[in-house]
Design a binder for this molecule. Structure first.
Ligand SMILES: [Zn+2]
Length: 184
């Protein structure tokens, strides 16, 4: 039996379609439960095999604020996360809301940038447990964050801290791996 040109075209077309569906792209997403840095590793998949990974890091508002308090030493503790339920892999958890772009959490973190006392800022950030999927801390600290809007100088900041520091004390997450080594 001889294959005709038309049959060959059908076979070749099928192979191309199969290859098209066999090749994919995927991303492994992790965040550090200490400093809030994101690690994204992109790679191609082919028939279930994975190709070389290209890794990049992305800052969150939390990480940016933390860096502003000085030099940070972090033995990153990575946890796999997903952005949306539709693209979740097994073993991944939802990214803590406080690390997401935009929305009220980023808005609240930006208010913290008003603080001039970097020791206070570091203490407040460390009181936020990044292992919380739903940020329980928000419930306790939201009124304090709201009042930050009225701060316009060091005196007001000291008054604000005196009034609200109890909200942030004793809330350090266990197994913290981060140190603040020097002032900027
Ligand atoms: Zn880290």
């Amino acid at each position: 039996m001889r294959l005709q040109v038309r049959d060959l075209c059908v076979i070749l077309g099928s192979v191309v379609v199969l290859l098209f569906f066999a090749i994919g792209e995927d991303t492994e997403r992790h965040y550090c439960t200490s400093c809030g840095l994101l690690r994204l590793s992109e790679f191609r998949t082919w028939l279930g095999f994975t190709g070389p990974k290209s890794t990049r890091y992305r800052e969150t508002e939390y990480h940016r604020l933390l860096r502003s308090t000085g030099q940070i030493e972090c033995n990153h503790q990575w946890t796999a996360f997903y952005w949306s339920h539709h693209r979740a892999h097994s073993g991944e958890r939802h990214i803590p809301f406080i690390l997401q772009d935009g929305g009220s959490f980023e808005f609240l973190l930006k208010r913290l940038a008003r603080l001039e006392d970097l020791d206070n800022l570091f203490a407040i950030l460390q009181s936020i447990d990044l292992q919380d999927v739903i940020d329980e801390n928000r419930r306790y600290t939201y009124p304090a964050f709201e009042k930050l809007e009225n701060i316009s100088g060091r005196v007001e900041e000291q008054e604000w801290w005196k009034e609200n520091c109890h909200l942030f004390e004793g809330r350090l997450p266990r197994n913290k791996t981060m140190k603040r080594t020097t002032s900027p």
